[in-house]
Design a protein around this ligand. Sequence first.
Ligand SMILES: *Cc1c(COP(=O)(O)O)cnc(C)c1O
Length: 324
Amino acid sequence: MSDAPAVTYADVEAAAARIQGFVHRTPIVTSRRIDAAAGAQIFFKCENLQRIGAFKIRGAYNAIARLSPEQQRKGVVAFSSGNHAQAVALAARALGVSATIVMPHDSPASKLAATKEYGAQVVGYDRYTEDRLAIAAKLAEEKGLSLVPPFDHPDVIAGAGTAAKELIEDVSGLDALFVPLGGGGLLSGTALSARALAPGIELYGVEPEAGDDGVQSLRAGRIVTIPTPQTIADGAQTTSLGQHTFPIIRDLVDDVFTASDAELASAMRLLAVNAKLVVEPTGVLGLAAALRRAPGDLAGARIGVVLTGGNVDLDRYAQLLTSV
Ligand SMILES: *Cc1c(COP(=O)(O)O)cnc(C)c1O
């Protein structure tokens, strides 16, 4: 772990300068009715309103912009069926770099279409019989493509940290911060910003109940790997934290909580009804945990919550909102 190059808040600042003008400084939204329900003041950082509909554009753009001209000329490759695919496709196009995305054949048609629309070349694979990492690695080797990982990379972490930097700059006196946790790119980047700008703030990561590898890893003091969790939070169906993200989370984050699928659906509904915000299941992990925790020692506190994305199929969205 110690051989991983360290990422620092200076890298987050550099990333912020690099992505400025391309990535939105997303708004902070509040709702009196949600505050009343929570018994605390909640400030939502709306990355569901970000370009490509999720914060992942921050890390993808930063990582591709940081490549050498030679690497940029050869192109990039990523494997993802979700927000990272669209982030790499759009960031690459904006930087004049060709992108190849390795996606399962059975990805939602809307996601395949969006990725192609951004100009990426899509390479399909069978998620049950083929290894996407091997396919991407082969493409990288044969064509000299640079792999852009979804979370476990210093430039991706630094880019992700810019969302919390903006939130802390825009909202004074925050007591606590809750952010979703998958592979930990967002949480580790958030930790760098939080410890530099608001050292005393309580910082929590929130993962799906079915995939509590983060909780297990913090307890064990090492990276614990689990089978792919079954949860509606498809952006956090990761099986482990990363070599780069784990040490930062271990050292700088106060704790990791979980939220059940039912809590996620309720939180999505609360945001739709009261704040008119469409947020995907993974995007409300922070709110779900804040709602559970606020009545206790965080009563009346000023709480920052990152709503990480809004990409959810409309039929699925309707179904989830009416399930609670
Ligand atoms: C990827 C993603 C996450 C998790 O981010 P990590 O950096 O993997 O922890 C959370 N929410 C959304 C919407 C995502 O796309």
